[in-house]
Design a protein around this ligand. Structure first.
Ligand code: SUG
Length: 454
């Protein structure tokens, strides 16, 4: 059975803003309280998805979550006689909780879940585990809706399994596919799953970062690998370099990206990197019989600081043809002379699999630390599975036109921190999302539509 990769990009929600919520994510902290442009953010994301769809890469869309999340504010003890009252009380009593309830962070669908294709699972079904995102308050409230959404799209239980997010709080902290890469000689062959973690549930303080928190635990990924029934020889676990985390590498997709048999990574991505890469290469060779094609970028060429500033490694790698790949990079990478020089060298080197680089302006998302790879969840499906998706989520010309029009109708061009308490913003967002479930042919998904968890 032939498998294809479908990239599910997150539509940026109407409350996209800069609240400085992510300690350890340099861009989020630097842009705290800046004025955002939600309309531009959503259009920038949609243009990337459309451009890739036009190039023949299957592309789908995931809708945003309802924000501000009134339910979360009620959970956190904010009271009020109406939604407007709850927002106003939150703004005066706990402005940070208001900001956490209003983040459009579900746009970064690389953090939505971890998925395993049916070809790699013991029960031959496609598995999803929504990420609990328990390391950050504003992201932890995403998991229940993500679960509901995945169950709505991947509803056919003969083919798909959507597990609940992992319980267990910070010990089982899970950030999803941002820390997961599947290597394979071809998409229709069994893959090697690389799970990257920043810390252990049961402390190993000597290998933990000192400045910024490590978000993902090894134990969370071990649990997911068990749930997804991935055979032992198809799993490998590597620990992030604590120095990299302290330099702003809050997810592994800020320092490495892999596709098929190609792995582009920085020299300082992993703890004890030489051994880590040796183990990875050996595991891939043992599974596939082929060598892993490693492009390791030395720190002399691109420093950790330049890697974080340019988001080079938050690029997408997509297969152009046998042995050659397209790198989808943020425009910040072309603006950094060291990084641009490195990419030019890749293009000129005949033995390098990167044959083309496409740059995208994703500045609105980038200012919160979200590049091209953050905005997409890779889902590997065979033709039968693809036919059984629910909803109109695959991006084609007509869906693109409707979504563009929808964004232009419903989104503001300016959002300042004080606007998050504006009850009009909540109303506008709900109107937008109500229209969106119609466009996407999805059932009522949102709390305000009366949806309940299945
Ligand atoms: O979790 N930023 C997100 C960025 C996620 C990027 N995803 C991947 N690397 N895959 C985060 O830190 C900032 C929100 C704010 O500060 O307003 C934020 O949540």
């Amino acid at each position: 059975m032939r498998y294809r990769e479908v990239n599910f990009d997150g539509l940026v929600g109407p409350t996209h803003n800069y609240a400085g919520l992510s300690l350890g994510n340099v861009a989020s902290q630097e842009n705290k309280d800046a004025v955002s442009n939600p309309r531009k953010a959503a259009l920038q994301g949609l243009e990337k998805a459309k451009a890739l769809a036009d190039r023949g890469f299957p592309q789908a869309i995931l809708p945003p979550q309802e924000r501000p999340a009134i339910g979360a504010l009620l959970d956190w003890g904010i009271k009020g006689t109406s939604d407007a009252d709850v927002l106003s009380n939150a703004a005066t009593q706990a402005p940070q909780l208001l900001a956490a309830s209003a983040s459009a962070s579900s746009m970064w669908t690389a953090n939505a879940c971890t998925m395993t294709p049916s070809i790699d699972s013991g029960d031959e079904r496609t598995h999803f585990t929504p990420a609990n995102l328990s390391s950050k308050l504003h992201r932890s409230i995403e998991a229940p809706f993500t679960c509901r959404l995945l169950k709505a799209i991947f509803a056919d239980e003969d083919r798909f399994v959507v597990h609940p997010p992992l319980g267990g709080g910070v010990a089982m902290a899970d950030e999803g596919a941002a820390n997961h890469t599947r290597f394979c000689p071809g998409l229709s062959s069994k893959g090697l799953h690389l799970f990257v973690y920043g810390r252990h549930a049961f402390t190993h303080l000597a290998t933990e970062p000192k400045r910024y928190p490590a978000r993902q635990t090894r134990e969370s990924f071990e649990s997911i690998a068990r749930h997804h029934e991935i055979p032992d020889e198809q799993q490998i676990f590597l620990q992030q370099s604590p120095e990299a985390i302290d330099a702003g590498v809050f997810h592994n997709d800020v320092i490495s990206v892999g596709n098929r048999d190609v792995f582009l990574c920085h020299e300082d991505a992993f703890l004890d990197q030489e051994a880590a890469i040796r183990d990875l290469q050996a595991a891939f060779q043992a599974l596939s019989g082929d060598p892993l094609r490693l492009i390791q970028v030395p720190r002399e060429q691109v420093s950790l600081q330049d890697a974080v500033g340019s988001y080079l490694f938050n690029s997408q790698l997509l297969t152009l043809g046998e042995g050659c790949q397209l790198l989808v990079a943020p425009s910040e990478s072309s603006a950094n002379s060291q990084v641009a020089g490195f990419l030019q060298h890749c293009l000129e080197d005949k033995d390098n699999p990167i044959e083309e680089v496409l740059y995208f302006d994703l500045r609105e998302s980038m200012r919160n630390g979200g590049g091209p790879a953050c905005l997409r969840q890779r889902v590997v499906l065979n033709a039968g599975e693809l036919r059984h998706l629910k909803g109109r989520v695959l991006l084609d010309d007509s869906l693109y036109t409707e979504l563009k029009d929808w964004i232009e109708t419903h989104y503001r061009e300016k959002l300042a921190p004080a606007d998050l308490a504006d009850p009009q913003l909540l109303e506008e967002s709900r109107r937008a999302l109500d229209a969106l479930t119609g466009i996407l042919h999805l059932p009522s998904l949102y709390d305000f539509q009366g949806a309940k968890n299945p």
